[in-house]
Design a protein around this ligand. Structure first.
Ligand code: C2E
Ligand code: CA
Ligand code: CA
Ligand code: CA
Length: 277
């Protein structure tokens, strides 16, 4: 009941209604979408600075809705979290992405795969064990996987920290996503086994050539250097931003300046020639 209560925003009667009717139409459709494989993954290149060589890809989920067309994650990830199917969705994403990336690695062995993890997934017991089992199944090397976590209330919980520690010990790297936007970023840095900082695109957008504009980017990248973390700038849209990030010592970049999120067929063109069978 407690679960149902929090799901319905604290109104104990609302859950009866919702369980009697089985939830909203979109809710039922999302449950089906996961089963009927209506989800798709796009892959956005992450490149090394300053040369622009492909270093890795971030998997970004889409829902190929039969009537509404392609839906962006913002339209259904929060719903998936609320109705408790984010675990299923996340497992599908990791399995699909790691199987795909394992094939690409035959052409580019160092290729990194970044996968987003919702704070709600870390709540579930057995999350770490499931991740390792999926990598085992798909033959993807843990050392090439980066799990991107955003700060949320639960991430600081002891159980979530323990799950991340298990994964970190298995060689998987942990990235703090959207770094700098949350009020408690610095506290997470101390508590979690973090390897990568992803500088939020908000701060990249402020890189306009004035020293004031780049203050946060500069501070975050300096912090990354002090802690010996890998740094990735998000939302890089211009050559000028890429240049400034390079000067500030940022290691990698991702954004429309290099590539939009791509279908697997389009991403393949970024790989050196070779056998993908
Ligand atoms: P995110 O992890 O911060 O992902 C980056 C978002 O920025 C993506 O939006 C990407 O398309 C967009 N982006 C990339 N380069 C640029 C740029 O140069 N300029 C601008 N303005 N935007 C850029 P997308 O694909 O709509 O994803 C939105 C969010 O949905 C993601 O933000 C992530 O938090 C979440 N998400 C996506 N896939 C998954 C998933 O498989 N699982 C979970 N839990 N969350 C996911
Ligand atoms: Ca991300
Ligand atoms: Ca991000
Ligand atoms: Ca985001």
């Amino acid at each position: 009941l407690e679960e149902a209560r929090s799901r319905t925003g604290g109104a104990p009667w609302a859950c009866y209604e919702s369980s009697m009717t089985g939830g909203s139409p979109l809710e039922q459709e999302l449950r089906e979408a996961i089963r009927k494989s209506q989800l798709r993954l796009l892959y956005q290149p992450i490149v090394a600075l300053p040369d622009g060589d492909l270093a890795g890809v971030e998997a970004l989920v889409r829902w190929a809705h039969p009537r509404r067309g392609t839906l962006d994650p913002d339209a259904f990830i929060p719903l998936a979290e609320r109705i408790g199917v984010i675990g299923d969705l996340g497992r599908w994403v990791l399995r699909e992405a790691s199987a795909q990336a394992a094939r690409w690695q035959r052409r580019l062995p160092a290729l990194q795969l970044n996968v987003n993890v919702s704070p709600r997934q870390l709540d579930e017991d057995g999350f770490a064990a499931q991740v390792l089992a999926i990598l085992d199944d798909t033959g993807f090397f843990p050392g090439n996987l980066v799990l991107e976590v955003t700060e949320g209330a639960v991430i600081g919980e002891r159980a979530s920290v323990a799950q991340l520690a298990v994964l970190s010990n298995a060689g998987i790297r942990i990235a703090l996503d959207d770094f700098g936007t949350g009020y408690s970023s610095l506290r997470y840095l101390a508590r979690l086994p973090v390897d990568v900082l992803k500088l939020d695109r908000l701060f990249v957008a402020e890189l306009d050539g004035t020293s004031r504009g780049g203050a946060v980017a500069q501070a975050v990248l300096r912090l990354g250097q002090i802690l010996h973390l890998d740094t990735v700038a998000e939302g890089v849209e211009s050559e000028a931003q890429a240049r400034e990030l390079t000067i500030l010592g940022c290691h990698k970049a991702q954004g429309f300046h290099y590539a939009h999120p791509l279908t697997p067929a389009d991403l393949q063109r970024w790989l050196p020639a070779g056998d993908l069978s």
